[in-house]
Design a protein around this ligand. Structure first.
Ligand SMILES: Nc1nc2c(ncn2[C@@H]2O[C@H](COP(=O)(O)OP(=O)(O)OP(=O)(O)O)[C@@H](O)[C@H]2O)c(=O)[nH]1
Ligand SMILES: [Zn+2]
Length: 216
């Protein structure tokens, strides 16, 4: 018998890419398909990202309500837009769009969680009442996605220490954390407070002090 270790089965396939013009820059949109679930994950890339220099990066978890439907219950849509604007301003970077809606519990369960929040639960309590972990996400796909572009070092746009830990454990070096703070509003202030108090998000009180127009 050979002593050679069997290489780990790939987690996802790289499929194809196209140009994606946005209001801020023309990105290249790359499509991946995850083997175990068939989910389609995306990367939006800009500029020379395989030069070996740390790359400005965002790992964004799907939030249909916030990213697409303009929900003010969370900060996801504003963070998505802010991250793309920053990458465009730098002329170089990548945004991984992971299809782990509702912190991994799915859209319908997130709506169930919102309903529990309307009855008084916070975002963590609602997940627990539904029988889920507070945060059911897993970031292992980030490694093959970043490897596709030759990226080993990132300047990560996040307030979430779990993302930094997860990437570090995967062997991606986070050379810098770039805060991604958005305007508070009457609907998201409790959500932001809970992220800070219970999920360890790094949001100083100055988080509220961003310009009126929400520029990041
Ligand atoms: N279960 C659940 N998921 C939510 C809720 N609000 C937003 N989400 C999901 O949470 C994910 C975004 O996570 P956040 O914790 O806001 O932000 P993050 O991406 O972990 O951290 P940052 O990098 O700092 O933005 C998305 O998948 C959203 O769909 C909620 O009340 N309940
Ligand atoms: Zn959201």
């Amino acid at each position: 018998m050979s002593n050679t270790a069997t290489p780990a089965a790939p987690l996802l396939d790289y499929v194809t890419s196209c140009a994606l013009p946005t209001p801020w820059a023309q990105f290249t949109l790359h499509a991946f398909v995850e083997h175990s679930t068939g989910k389609e994950h995306l990367a939006m890339a800009l500029g020379d990202i395989d030069s070996g220099e740390p790359v400005l990066a965002r790992v964004h978890s799907e939030c249909l309500t916030g990213d697409v439907l303009f929900s003010q219950r969370c900060d996801c849509g504003a963070q998505l837009e802010g991250a793309l604007k920053r990458i465009a301003a730098e002329g170089r970077g990548v945004l991984l769009y992971l299809r782990q809606e509702g912190r991994g519990i799915g859209l319908v369960n997130k709506i169930r969680a919102y309903r529990l929040q309307e009855a008084g639960a916070d975002t963590v309590e609602a997940n627990l009442q539904l029988g889920f972990h507070a945060d059911a996400r897993n970031y292992e796909l980030c490694l093959p996605m970043l490897e596709q572009f030759g990226i080993r070092q990132v300047k990560l746009m996040t307030n979430n220490p779990r993302k930094i830990d997860a990437l570090t454990r995967l062997g991606i070096e986070v050379t810098e954390r770039v805060p991604l703070l958005v305007n508070r509003n009457a609907f998201n202030t409790g959500y932001l407070d809970t992220k800070q108090a219970k999920l360890g998000h790094m949001m100083s009180p100055q988080a509220a002090l961003v310009p009126e127009d929400g520029e990041l």
